[in-house]
Write a protein of this length. Structure first.
Length: 438
């Protein structure tokens, strides 16, 4: 999911999920009709530095689609703070767009509502086949064993961005590859009067992405194999504590970042106030804030030891945006044509270049544009050391519950209250109690 999503976007209540499952998004079992063949409504997520930037990126492509097909697309760019609630309301009322963006971590949760068109073999064949897409992106399109609820559109991964000038002034010759090295480098940087590492401590979504990866590095997960919450195992507790300790114990994250939730850490990095940043596909965001690419380097997110890879060497969740179709669309053929257009090789190159993301379509991803510089780090991470967030129906509740628990722990650290194994355990126990009963 895109990094600008606000905390409120993670909130999915049990009652809403129950209601949506019952109504199936107001759709018929046939999966839509073709009553309005010349118009489509598209809800796009806010990918750029502003909604106006997104309109400038997308409108020329929508005009191109209209010229090719005769189908006019009515665009609305929806802020992340509103997007999930808008989707839920549309699903319960049956009054929504034809096509929409969803954060890929929501795929299984929204799939469980029954509101989205399943992408079975027949539907995939209409857009060129499922095998056009890379496996890592397909892994974040819904629950295992079910037809995907959406089609990958943009792929992203986390990376470590570092200020080259600050590193040089501090005598640090290369970016840290392990967390131990990051802490050591951070202390050298702070001795020069510069903050070391930025974070969005008040953003539950960002928090949960990071602690999910830390848990993997500790050989743990937040869910059992059968999809039940397991937030309080020793290794999960250790993972969450290690992340919060970057502020509470190691002091490399400034205490003020406990209140950050709206890209303030990106702004600090772009302005040279912070030496390092852990972020998803940040190039376009940094450029929009006046930071040229030659001012920073990009490296894989650190691991506990060794090099990034699978298992305990995972260093990113598979981030990104999927394209979904409401089952009750009155223009199923047009919606399918639009998905085919947006995921065509040519459009994938255009759109992912604009958003500094990686195409989830194999042929587009092989373009040389995505094999150099920062893109190479992101592409390699997605291919070798990123893993999908839990594809379970309760994933959205998990993001809210655990992400908010970590927010509270950062607040404790900022206020000088001790963050202990016991306090982390208690916070995670409370989070688990907020999950729907099985």
């Amino acid at each position: 999911m895109r990094r600008t999503r606000a905390a409120a976007a993670g909130a999915v209540t049990v009652s809403l999920l129950t209601a949506m499952t019952a109504c199936g998004g107001g759709s018929s079992t046939s999966g839509g009709s073709n009553d309005s063949p010349k118009t489509l409504t598209y809800w796009a997520s806010n990918q750029g530095a502003s909604i106006e930037v997104d309109k400038k990126v997308l409108q020329p492509e929508l005009d191109k689609f209209e010229k090719q097909t005769g189908i006019k697309v009515k665009l609305e760019v929806v802020p992340w703070s509103d997007l999930l609630n808008r989707i839920l309301t549309a699903a319960t009322s049956g009054q929504g767009p034809d096509v929409l963006n969803i954060g890929n971590t929501w795929s299984a949760s929204l799939q469980a509502t029954g509101a989205l068109l399943p992408w079975d073999a027949k539907n995939f064949a209409k857009i060129g086949g499922k095998d056009r897409f890379v496996d890592s992106a397909l892994g974040s399109t819904g629950a295992q064993g079910q037809d995907p609820a959406a089609v990958p559109l943009y792929s992203m991964s986390y990376a470590l961005y570092y200020n080259k000038e600050i590193f040089a002034d501090t005598g640090i010759s290369k970016p840290p590859a392990t967390w131990e090295e990051l802490v050591a480098d951070g202390k050298k940087i702070q001795a020069k009067g510069v903050s070391a590492l930025g974070a969005e401590g008040a953003n539950p979504a960002e928090n949960v992405h990071h602690v999910f990866v830390f848990a993997k590095q500790h050989g743990a997960d937040f869910f059992t194999a059968d999809g039940k919450p397991d937030f309080t195992s020793d290794n999960v507790v250790a993972a969450v504590k290690q992340y919060v300790d970057l502020m509470a114990k190691d002091k490399v994250i400034p205490t003020g970042n406990a209140e950050y939730a709206q890209n303030q850490s990106v702004s600090d990095f772009a302005k040279g106030k912070t030496a390092m940043l852990l972020w998803q596909s940040a190039a376009a965001n940094l450029k929009s804030q006046g930071m040229s690419e030659d001012k920073y380097g990009i490296a894989p997110v650190p691991v506990q030891s060794g090099t990034p890879g699978t298992g305990t060497q995972v260093n990113s969740m598979v981030a990104g945006i999927n394209l979904a179709v409401f089952k009750n669309t009155d223009n199923l053929d047009g919606a399918t044509k639009f998905v085919k257009f947006m995921t065509s090789d040519a459009e994938q190159k255009i759109l992912n270049t604009a958003y500094s993301s990686i195409p989830p379509v194999k042929a587009a991803q092989e373009d040389s544009t995505f094999s150099t510089g920062a893109n190479k780090v992101l592409k390699d991470t997605l291919a070798t050391s990123a893993i999908a967030m839990p594809q379970v129906a309760d994933e959205s509740q998990f993001e809210t519950a655990v992400g908010t628990a970590v927010k509270g722990l950062f607040a404790d650290a900022a206020a000088g209250r001790p963050v202990t194994t016991a306090s982390v355990q208690a916070a995670l126990e409370k989070a688990q109690q907020q999950m729907p009963a099985k």
